[in-house]
Design a protein around this ligand. Structure first.
Ligand code: NAD
Length: 510
């Protein structure tokens, strides 16, 4: 077993109405750590009864509590304090995240600061926020009355779990919603830090509730609960489709951040070394368990052989090992089920393309979910390893001859989350980026995000865009208020002799 972090809780409980509680049923499940797959902690396993309690607490806090009614500045003060508390836990969170999910400690360490930044960012936004007001001189004034939408159900995945949770909690709370968070069952441990953070920051009881458990029970009950007004979900496309259907009967608002199979397109004129570094980092960082991973690399023919060779050389030297070791570049995959999935794709890849690096469990690491940094070249466009999300340290490299072919390859999958373009030709970079069917494109860059920009996918990669004000829009209703100034002009039904020009149906702005 890798190094056990200090300060692990004795067990993981739900957090409902300001109390840490066990499941109503008393049920728990074992959480395992991925370097041995041994159980190390028990987590409360929630079902409908626990979601009912959490929904009642969140509903009461929304309908009767102070949180939705506070001035933005007051809410922002609490969010800043949450951010400060999160920042203080940087070391502790890094250690827990690395232990629980198998992320290399060097990569897990920045997670608290990223999470804290989400709270600071949305605190700043609500203080600076303004909404539209339109005047029709002498006739009408119209303005937007923004209101928090209600109780938000937040369902998160196991990759960088605490950071993903903060990415939903911060805008939901900033908007004045009350929330129920359902963390991923593979990695629930870091979520047990939230209750202490909220209490020290002064978040009122019942505003944020956490129910642990499996997707088919706790998650399903949350999605179907009539008192939960909206669902923000991050996870797999298949799960997203089920949740989409389950939101329909109650007409819930939904935001979905789903999977990806993002292309990195490297033209022959690109900065070769920069593209090489970026594409290695893009698929092997975070163990390759990253929605925006550049898991397909499309390379222009004149530099293809050189690129494949250089990529293979570097991939073979990527250090796979104990997540707690600061020299480790790829740790252990999160769970044996996920490990089996990744390994089965590697076997499929061996029959579809040319293996140039990795492809097996590393020597000397006989247990735990370790896999070598793996790369395939000459991958055809209909190969499963080209089309399907593997979500591990596995990359598919494919050559192209023309810009048209590159675009066709880039767009030739069901996903459309991110894309990366490498070229020194500025005009081509922009035009090519505009043609890509993806929510986000990075040009001559790996994934560095300005929090003000939209985040989300197209096609099967998601529904709706979050990021910056768009996140606040998702968690708010924008009610249009129209007020007449001066005389009321109404077509006078039932009165005789009104003129045709009185037929201003809908008033001055219709
Ligand atoms: P998953 O879909 O298996 O689970 C995600 C969450 O949904 C978990 O909390 C799970 O318990 C819950 N869930 C499962 N079934 C449910 C149901 N029927 N009703 C309600 N909730 C249910 O996904 P995962 O394996 O945890 O995460 C990996 C996936 O997430 C990958 O596809 C990855 O690309 C995607 N992801 C996307 C983004 C993005 O921003 N686009 C970010 C991170 C991860």
């Amino acid at each position: 077993m890798t190094k056990r972090p200090a300060n692990l809780p004795e067990r993981i409980q739900h957090y409902i109405d300001g109390q840490n509680v066990d499941s109503v049923s008393g049920e728990t499940f074992d959480v395992i750590e991925p370097t041995t797959n041994e159980a190390y902690i028990k987590c409360a396993s929630g079902d409908k009864a626990d979601v009912d309690l959490a929904a009642a607490a969140a509903r009461k806090a929304f309908d009767e509590g102070e949180w939705p009614r506070m001035l933005p500045r007051q809410r922002a003060q609490v969010l800043y304090r949450i951010a400060d508390e999160v920042s203080k836990l940087n070391e502790e969170l890094g250690a827990i995240e690395s232990f629980d999910s198998g992320l290399p400690i060097r990569q897990a360490k920045g997670q608290a600061n990223r999470a804290a930044e989400n709270f600071r960012f949305f605190a700043d936004l609500i203080v600076a926020q303004h909404d539209n007001a339109f005047k029709m001189p002498g006739r009408q004034i119209n303005y937007v009355n923004r209101k928090p939408k209600g109780v938000a159900g937040l369902i998160t995945p196991w990759n960088t779990p605490f950071m993903q949770e903060s990415w939903k909690l911060a805008p939901a709370l900033a908007s004045g919603c009350t929330v129920i968070l359902k963390p991923a069952e593979f990695t629930p441990t870091s979520a047990s830090l939230w209750p202490g953070i909220f209490e020290r920051a002064g978040l009122p009881k019942g505003v944020c509730n956490i129910v642990h458990g499996f997707g088919g029970t706790a998650g399903d009950s949350l999605v179907k609960h009539p008192d939960v007004n909206l669902i923000s979900f991050t996870g797999e496309v298949g799960t997203g489709k089920i949740i989409y259907g389950n939101c329909a009967p109650n007409m819930k608002s939904m935001s979905m951040e789903l999977g990806g199979k993002s292309p990195a397109v490297i033209f022959a004129d690109a900065d070769f070394e920069a593209a090489l570094d970026s594409t290695l980092f893009g698929v092997y960082s975070l163990n390759g368990e990253r929605c925006t991973a550049s898991s397909r690399i499309l390379v222009e023919r004149p530099i293809y052989d050189k690129f494949v060779e250089a990529y293979a050389q570097r991939a073979k030297k990527v250090v796979v090992g104990d997540p707690a070791d600061p020299t480790t570049e790829i740790g252990a995959l999160v769970h044996p089920e996920h490990y089996d999935k990744v390994m089965s794709y590697i076997e499929i890849g061996k029959s579809e393309a040319r293996l140039i690096a990795g492809g097996k469990r590393p020597e000397g690491l006989d247990k735990g979910n370790y896999v070598e940094a793996t790369a395939f070249a000459d991958v055809p466009r209909d190969a499963r390893i080209f089309q399907e999300e593997i979500f591990g340290p596995v990359v598919a490299i494919t050559p192209f001859d023309t810009e048209e072919e590159a675009l066709e390859l880039a767009n030739g999958v069901e996903y459309g989350l991110a894309a990366y373009v490498w070229t020194k030709d500025v005009t081509r970079a922009h035009n090519f980026a505009h043609g890509i069917e993806s929510g986000m494109v990075w040009i001559n860059s790996h994934n560095v995000r300005d929090l003000r920009t939209p985040f989300g996918g197209v096609k099967s990669s998601g529904l709706g865009q979050e990021g910056g004000y768009r996140s606040l829009d998702f968690y708010s209703d924008q009610q249009a208020i129209h007020l007449t100034l001066g005389d009321v002009h109404t077509t006078r039904f039932g009165a005789t002799g009104y003129a045709d020009n009185d037929l201003g149906l809908g008033g001055p702005s219709a």
